[in-house]
Design a protein around this ligand. Structure first.
Ligand code: ATP
Length: 322
């Protein structure tokens, strides 16, 4: 193996740059060259690339986003798009490819290897932390710290005015961001997609909040069946007209910002392991960290999990929020 390609694909997440840096520097230390393609699979299709050197990845470990930019590529879903990507892979004499992205990006990588025998390894880059095969995905730790930091600030103003704040966080299918950051920020309740009937439970709980003279934080994952923070706040206002209810939708700030130290270290480990996996001849697998050890999950199994959330965490939130 002499030359590998590198892309960041799907939604961006803080820590991708640390992973890019680790891939490039590990590869160079093993005598490999690295070509980065911009905007995920679009870069492979358009041959939009940069030769990455140790110097070109200096001073990025602390930056959110991705220096390679990221994209969703509808063109790559077509056979024509994939064949164009293969043409450029051949042109660059790539023996391997590392894809930093989510499960969709890994499906794309599998589809590529069906057409051309390149070895591909994935690093899980998504803030949702909802992939089978790893305890941790790049971006999650920073996202939950961003939420906790924001809620700390919201709580200051909520407390001054005895307000209920309904805070909406990311998580179309998964409530992991909501659950962890709710415990970390001392929120009073959460509404998450994995559980049905949270809004009814919340209304019952609010009945036990005897008066309107205290602040409360309610965390809602965007994919909860209640329809998000606006609907939840409107329901509370309807049921409890005396409460002062405000809404804060945190949105894309959760994707940005400097990665936490844990993020940088884990993303660096994953980038390091990804290059070594290619050199060991592994392919079509996602690098993961399980119980702090490296793991390799075939792309076909590295899908979004539909596990129940950790019941201990749910219980801790419930007990501590009363
Ligand atoms: P996120 O977790 O942020 O959504 P993701 O990697 O799952 O990240 P997707 O939009 O699902 O994001 O996938 C990224 C890109 O991977 C798609 O835009 C497409 O180019 C490619 N891709 C996804 N699924 C397939 C597939 N079945 N075949 C070929 N390419 C695919």
């Amino acid at each position: 193996m002499k030359k590998i390609g590198l892309i960041t694909s799907g939604g961006d997440s803080p820590g991708m740059n640390a992973c890019i840096r680790a891939v490039v520097r590990t590869a160079i230390s093993k005598g490999l060259c690295v070509t980065g393609f911009y905007r995920g699979y679009d870069g492979l299709i358009d041959n939009d690339y940069v030769e990455l050197t140790a110097k070109s990845v200096s001073n990025i470990i602390h930056r959110g986003g991705t220096i390679l930019k990221s994209a969703r590529s509808p063109r790559f879903l077509s056979k024509e798009g994939k064949l164009l990507a293969v043409e450029h892979i051949k042109q660059h004499l790539l023996d391997g490819l590392i894809v930093i992205g989510g499960d969709g990006s890994f499906k794309g990588a599998s589809a590529l290897t069906d057409l051309y025998p390149i070895k591909v390894i994935g690093c899980p880059g998504t803030i949702d932390n909802d992939l089978v095969g790893t305890d941790y995905t790049i971006g999650y730790d920073t996202a939950i710290n961003t939420v906790v930091d924001a809620v700390d600030k919201i709580r200051d103003t909520a407390e001054s005015h005895d307000r209920i704040f309904v805070v909406e966080v990311m998580g179309r299918d998964a409530g992991l961001i909501a659950l962890r950051s709710a415990i970390g920020s001392g929120a009073e309740a959460i509404l998450i997609p994995e559980r049905q009937g949270d809004l009814e439970l919340l209304i019952d709980k609010i009945k036990t909040w005897r008066n309107t003279k205290s602040s409360k934080i309610i965390m809602v994952a965007e994919g909860d069946e209640s329809g998000g923070a606006v609907n939840v706040a409107n329901t509370i206002k309807r049921e409890f007209p005396n409460f002062d209810v405000k809404i804060s939708i945190l949105g894309h700030i959760q994707r940005g910002g400097n990665p936490t130290c844990m993020e940088r270290v884990n993303a660096s480990l994953m980038g390091f392991y990804a290059v070594n996996a290619l050199l060991e001849g592994k392919t079509n697998s996602m690098i993961g960290l399980i119980n702090k050890k490296v793991s390799y999950t075939p792309f076909k199994d590295a899908v979004k999990h539909i596990d129940e959330l950790n019941p201990v965490l749910l219980e801790v939130l419930e007990v501590l929020s009363n």
